[in-house]
Design a protein around this ligand. Sequence first.
Ligand code: 5GP
Ligand code: ZN
Length: 120
Amino acid sequence: MSHSDPSCIFCKIVAGQIPSRKAYEDEEILVFHDINPWAPVHLLIIPKTHIVSLAHVQPEHQALLGRMMLLMNKLAVEHGCNPYPDGGFRIVSNTGREGGQEVHHLHFHLMGGPRPWARG
Ligand code: 5GP
Ligand code: ZN
């Protein structure tokens, strides 16, 4: 079941209340470009439903998480990452305050493209 938090910035992006540069969308998943990219390719992969973080995932989310993982390589290559093994990409999911999480809606950063990167 889909769940939304009206005060959550990523739920507002899912709802179209805040604009984003979309890279992929299906019924359950939205992918858009990070507004402050660390790398030539910097995508955010999010579930449309409001899950707070990886500390909050449940067995019912297993298929959704698997689908997100299975999308990553295709998204990377389609959006400008060079292919594995000379290219590749980095996946990061900051979780909680000490994990550096600023937006409390589960997201995977997908970063890649030719070095050097702005950060990371
Ligand atoms: P976190 O630190 O929570 O892992 O990362 C949140 C990410 O969301 C940051 O990289 C930040 O640049 C990005 N971000 C925050 N607000 C917006 C927004 O309104 N639009 C887009 N496209 N990215 C955002
Ligand atoms: Zn949310």
